[in-house]
Ligand binder design. Structure first.
Ligand code: 6PG
Length: 473
């Protein structure tokens, strides 16, 4: 195999990088891959066979093997390593070469790197990729951001390797600067929210409905055939059927209930706070992962702090019917929160995002793909400038239709002492958003009372301050 003239480069040959290389090659592209670790290089070589793929741990050799202008994808862990790779690589590159960071970089890091590389003649793009191992291998959802005229160097290849829905590729240029990484971050925030909601449904079915893993497998499989049809529901059904190799139990019962996180959900919450955009389901999903990690404290508290001990007396069939609707309701509001964050962030950061395009490329390949995204896509096609998709007639109808069930499910959870914070957050978001009046007048009064922070009136202009109940001060 000659070591020249490769069309694309991949730095980072871990599972994602390696699978993307193979995917690109399946679609007719020659790819050179680089990894510092010889064992990763070896793994790719094993898969290479007669393919036009070159794998090396020599950075110079890797750069020389590429056609110019070079188009190099980076799939290395987010953070310092991305900076280190850029630093090592850029002296070896030439004018108009393109670097595409395809990891989960924080969008502010991407902004900094863009600025840093602006001084050189090398182009930089931040690209979000979702779909895990099998997405990378057989078709991910791809979220590119950066200079539009640079995107053309990779657009054809990205379209061919991406997932397809109705023959449409799940990739499109999303916006300038760090738009791609921003959208991927919000994708992950939604992912956290949906996962928390599903785990709450599991908790309720397991502890209140006393359902075993076979029943849970059947229920999630059935749900996946209906309105909840989605990747996360599908894999959840599979999970309950998985046997443990080390014991006779189901694997799910042997996994420690302490969730980890790489940070993208937390970044979404932090940024939403900064922009003052409410995304309560995502916030609570992050907090619940945090709380789950306090395993020892929770075990101690279980010995000391009692609940009511109430049991669910109703029938299981109704519980399941209500829960399916409750989950649907809560999932809609989770997407609504993510989309509304994108709406406001797009204005703040001048991304000029097309929410219709984002819903479209999330329909396939990514972790949050779901039938519901067809409706979301349709909503933003009807009204591209919708600040909150709950105001779309069809989506609003769906929420109004399923709200009774989410209220019933939350009551059951409260009675039985099962925490359903994401579902509660979903319902509270809906109820608050549809409230023409909220009790924030009282908060304003309190602020003015203790801090002279002033308030506005609802019957005349300008701000006011009152000397509240002087005698009590
Ligand atoms: C994807 C996923 C992926 C994410 C991991 C784990 O879209 O393919 O979002 O990018 O990094 O699934 O994320 P946490 O470790 O934060 O749960």
């Amino acid at each position: 195999m000659d070591e020249k003239g490769y069309k694309y480069g991949m730095i980072g040959l871990g599972t994602m990088g390696r699978n993307l290389v193979l995917n690109m090659n399946d679609h007719g592209y020659s790819v050179a891959g680089f990894d510092k670790s010889d064992s990763q290089v070896e793994l790719l070589r094993k898969d290479t066979g007669e393919r036009k793929i070159y794998a090396t741990s020599d950075l110079n050799g890797f750069v020389k093997a590429l056609k110019t202008p070079r188009v190099i994808m980076l799939l290395v862990p987010a953070g310092k390593i991305v900076d280190e790779v850029i630093q090592e690589l850029t002296p070896l590159l030439s004018e108009n070469d393109v670097l595409m960071d395809c990891g989960n970089s924080h969008f502010t890091d991407t902004n900094r790197r863009i600025e840093q590389l602006q001084k050189s003649t090398i182009h930089f793009m931040g690209i979000g990729i979702s779909g895990g191992e099998s997405g990378a291998r057989y078709g991910p959802s791809i979220m590119p951001g950066g200079p539009k005229d640079v995107y053309k160097y990779a657009s054809e290849m990205l379209e061919s390797i991406s997932a397809k829905v109705n023959n449409e590729p799940c990739v499109t240029w999303l916006g300038p600067g760090s738009a791609g990484h921003y959208v991927k971050m919000v994708h992950n925030g939604i992912e956290y929210g949906l996962m928390q909601l599903i785990s709450e449904a599991y908790h309720l079915m397991k502890d209140v409905g006393c359902m075993n893993n076979d029943e849970l497998h059947d229920i999630f499989s059935k749900w996946n055939g209906g309105m909840l049809h989605s990747f996360l529901i599908e894999i959840t059904a599979d999970i309950f059927a998985q046997k443990d190799e080390l014991t006779n139990n189901r694997l799910i019962d042997m996994i420690l209930d302490s969730a980890h996180q790489k940070g993208t959900g937390g970044w979404t919450s932090q940024n939403a706070m900064e922009l003052q955009v409410p995304i309560p389901v995502i916030d609570v999903a992050v907090s619940m992962r945090d709380l789950s990690a306090y395993k020892k404290e929770r075990q101690a508290a279980q010995q000391k702090l009692e609940g009511t001990g109430n049991k669910f007396e109703g029938d299981k069939t109704s519980l399941l019917t209500w829960l399916e609707q409750a989950l649907y309701f809560s999932m809609i509001t989770t997407y609504a929160q993510g989309m509304s964050l994108l709406y406001f962030a797009s204005r703040e950061y001048k991304f000029d995002l097309k929410l219709e395009d984002i819903a479209s490329i999330w329909r396939g390949g990514c972790i949050i793909r779901a039938s519901l995204l067809e409706d979301i896509h349709a909503a933003f096609s009807r009204q591209p400038d919708l600040s909150n998709m709950m105001m779309d007639d069809k989506i609003g109808q769906k929420l109004m239709h399923s709200q009774i069930e989410v209220r019933k499910i939350i009551q059951i959870g409260i009675e039985a002492g099962i925490p359903l914070p994401a579902m509660m957050g979903a319902l509270a978001y809906y109820d608050s958003y549809r409230s023409g009046w909220l009790p924030a007048n009282l908060i304003q009064a309190q602020r003015d009372y203790f801090g002279a922070h002033t308030y506005e009136r609802n019957d005349r202009e300008r701000t006011f301050h009152t000397h509240w109940n002087q005698e009590n001060q």
